[in-house]
Design a protein around this ligand. Structure first.
Ligand SMILES: Nc1ncnc2c1ncn2[C@@H]1O[C@H](COP(=O)(O)OP(=O)(O)OP(=O)(O)O)[C@@H](O)[C@H]1O
Ligand SMILES: O=P(O)(O)OC[C@H]1O[C@](O)(CO)[C@@H](O)[C@@H]1O
Ligand SMILES: [Mg+2]
Length: 420
């Protein structure tokens, strides 16, 4: 699947190795004997192109970071800048501040002109030094501002919402006949972006979450009938909870959005927890924030500024239900509810994530300089690819319950496949 290009690439690249525009990577590479591979998407491979659409001498680029924090945002900004500056010779790179708001000159601060000195050690800190936000921007105003500032390339670093926003900006620039390259870098600790096997920040987040689980385990073990209940992020998918569970190996029960569960009844979660307490005298329970929403009354459906549904607190709910259940059963327990959610995403990236950030960012620059637009950098089968932004909207990525990650989780916790 070819992504949109702004026009013929005429400028020779200053780089020394290149990836051909005609190479493709199939989305599915494992084939069942009876399966026809007709609907298999073939993605363009990312990487430097021999000819560039933009002349580095006159090109201006912008970077914006949006949505929730994820370890590695500063690494991505830094690598985008350094690749543009050192490898391609683009000297005017601007950091738009405060998320998409920063693209509106009436709402945001002036963009920062990035320099090697400014980005020098930003990767050593968590967060994003450009700031971030949720909430919409008027795309016509934003594109007009980019035109006024003669920005030719815009890197949008963020999750699914940010990439949908990037797609709107790409369409608006096209409508205004302005040759703008909009290239997305996929960010989220939730790891739920389609066509990206691993988003940056996920591995750091599960490393931090696993530390919290280990400590919660100690709390549960050191008292009689100790129950530690830990809530972790994961709005629509349980990747963080599952990854941290495998990293920690101490979890006895894990509840995720992909697997609905019942609390009551002989096969429900509470009965299983009671058995564990009677057998072993302690338990560690992990719940992803998006799990069990069907158990909670949510008639109002409040939304955040970006339109994401505000979830009800499954952690607090479970905590109350566990407490009253054991009171009714007349079994004394020490229940501790812990919510380390924000603490796992505000740290700096670990080494593996830093490498990932660097490669995502440099591939984003290669795509933009070649004049490709309306895409995000994806990663499948260990290869970086160009994914048309339009495609993202058509898919959701959640954990496969018959996949290796979830099956590993079931094996390590010993919990049944479902509580029904
Ligand atoms: N459909 C859309 N069209 C235009 N802009 C959008 C759209 N969806 C989201 N946005 C904008 O993208 C930005 C980021 O969106 P959101 O807050 O949902 O975070 P995200 O990028 O999904 O990251 P995460 O959910 O991982 O924290 C916000 O400014 C939001 O208004
Ligand atoms: O409170 P905030 O900043 O909106 O972020 C919370 C959301 O961010 C995420 O981590 C996604 O980035 C979700 O798991 C969570 O629902
Ligand atoms: Mg999102």
């Amino acid at each position: 699947m070819q992504v949109t290009t702004l026009g013929e690439a005429l400028y020779p690249s200053p780089l020394r190795y290149f990836v051909s525009d005609s190479l493709r990577l199939a989305e599915r590479i494992i084939q069942r004997p009876d399966e026809k591979m007709t609907d298999n998407i073939a993605f363009e491979l990312a990487g430097p192109r021999e000819k560039l659409f933009f002349d580095a001498k006159t090109t201006r680029a912008g970077i914006v970071t949006c949505g929730g924090l994820s370890p590695g945002l500063n690494d991505v900004i830094r690598s985008l800048f350094l690749e543009l500056h050192h490898a391609y010779g683009v000297s005017q790179v601007y950091g738009f501040q405060g998320g998409y708001r920063g693209l509106d000159p009436h709402l945001g601060k002036e963009p920062l002109l990035l320099t090697p000195e400014l980005v020098d050690d930003v990767h050593k800190k968590g967060g994003t030094f450009l700031g971030t936000s949720r909430g919409p921007v008027d795309t016509a105003v934003a594109v007009q501002n980019l035109i006024d500032k003669q920005i030719n390339i815009l890197f949008v670093v963020g999750g699914d919402g940010t990439q949908r926003g990037g797609y709107e900006l790409y369409k608006e620039a096209k409508r205004q006949n302005y040759p703008l390259a909009v290239v997305g870098v996929p960010k989220t600790i939730d790891n739920d972006i389609p066509f990206v096997s691993q988003t940056f920040g996920y591995l750091t987040a599960i490393e931090e979450a696993a530390k919290a689980l280990d400590r919660a385990h100690v709390e549960a073990r050191c008292v009689n009938n100790g129950i530690s209940l830990v809530k972790l992020m994961g709005r629509n998918a349980g990747f963080i909870a599952a990854g941290a569970t495998l990293a920690s190996q101490e979890v006895n029960f894990i509840l995720v959005p992909e697997v609905p569960f019942k609390l009551e009844g002989p096969n429900g979660f509470l009965a299983a927890l009671k058995k564990r307490i009677l057998d072993r005298g302690h338990a560690l329970v992990v719940v992803a924030e998006g799990a069990g929403q069907e158990l909670l009354q949510n008639n109002t459906q409040l939304k955040d500024a970006s339109g994401n549904i505000l979830l009800n607190d499954i952690g607090q709910y479970l905590s109350t239900r566990i407490k009253t259940f054991f009171e009714d059963e007349d079994i004394p327990v020490h229940l501790r509810y812990m919510d380390p959610s924000y603490l796992i995403r505000s740290t700096r990236a670990n080494a593996v994530d830093s490498v990932l950030c660097d490669l995502f960012a440099r591939n984003a620059v290669h795509a933009a300089m070649a004049g490709k637009t309306g895409l995000i950098i994806g990663k499948l089968h260990d290869k970086y690819i160009h994914v048309p932004s339009e495609l993202l909207a058509s898919r959701k990525r959640v954990m496969e319950t018959d996949g290796m990650l979830w099956q590993g989780v079931l094996a390590s916790t010993g919990q049944p496949a479902s509580f029904y």
